[in-house]
Design a protein around this ligand. Structure first.
Ligand SMILES: Nc1ncnc2c1ncn2[C@@H]1O[C@H](COP(=O)(O)OP(=O)(O)O)[C@@H](O)[C@H]1O
Ligand SMILES: [Mg+2]
Length: 232
């Protein structure tokens, strides 16, 4: 398990170009998350929640500013790393839970959860996958394919897959956006308790104010990124 970790977002900016219009999605954003702590990100559609989470996953090239993830005595700078290095880093150190579960349809529940251990050559953790699924109440679904599961069950599988490696950082992008209220509450509890228990930092984007309020700190993004005409 990771004993020490910290996430630092320092004055990051990200724009997209839409024809002659510049869309400033993230403007001078800074925040920190300490080991095992959580932050919720709220804001209407288009306010940049997914862009921020993708930036934290190293999937988005920043215009300026930096994101650093400190793990034990090493500091990984996203700006200093190339795409290949960020991909390798993400695979090893970051879990991701999406709104639409994103399980591999051709793999069973157990195979889906084992996948990160396979990709990272951690056979020691492959055995842990079934324990985790039992803890999440899915011991009788191990050999089913995802399509046979309810949305709530599929998302529990996705959470198990995301925490299997006990990554220092877990990103969740509207993880309850496709679930009814009972399943939403269950998934939120599972995410927050798994992260707290395993010292995982959680960054969670949500439209639910009840779920946002479960986080240690809250970040609200403005209604719409300002658009401006790009200079000639
Ligand atoms: N790859 C992209 N290319 C161009 N514009 C994008 C891209 N990704 C997102 N955007 C724009 O950035 C803004 C923020 O989008 P997003 O981060 O998905 O917001 P949210 O997740 O809060 O709904 C939107 O105006 C969206 O259209
Ligand atoms: Mg989004």
């Amino acid at each position: 398990m990771t004993h020490y970790s910290a996430l630092t977002v320092h004055q990051i900016n990200k724009h997209y170009q839409d024809g002659s219009r510049q869309i400033d999605v993230i403007r001078d954003l800074s925040f920190n998350v300490a080991a095992g702590k959580s932050i919720s990100v709220t804001g209407p559609s288009g306010s940049g929640k997914s862009t921020l989470l993708n930036a934290l996953a190293g999937l988005v090239e920043l215009d300026d500013g930096d994101i650093t993830l400190e793990i034990e005595d090493r500091i990984f700078s996203y700006r200093a790393a190339n795409e290949r290095a960020r991909t390798a880093f993400r695979r090893q150190h970051i879990g991701y839970v999406y709104q639409f579960f994103n399980l591999v349809p051709t793999l069973t529940v157990l195979e889906n959860v084992r996948l990160p251990a396979r990709l990272n050559r951690r056979p020691d953790l492959e055995a842990h996958a079934s324990t985790l699924l039992s803890d999440f109440g899915l011991s009788d679904r191990l050999h089913d394919f995802p399509e046979k599961l309810s949305g709530g069950e599929q998302q529990r599988v996705a959470v198990a897959r995301a925490v299997l490696l006990k990554p220092p950082l877990l990103l969740a992008d509207e993880p309850t956006g496709n679930l009814d209220s009972e399943n939403s509450a269950q998934i939120a509890d599972l995410l927050f308790s798994s992260c707290r228990d395993q010292n995982i930092m959680l960054v969670l984007a949500t439209h639910s104010h009840d779920i946002a309020a479960m986080a240690d700190t809250r970040l609200h993004l403005d209604a719409r990124p300002s658009s401006s005409l790009a200079p000639e």
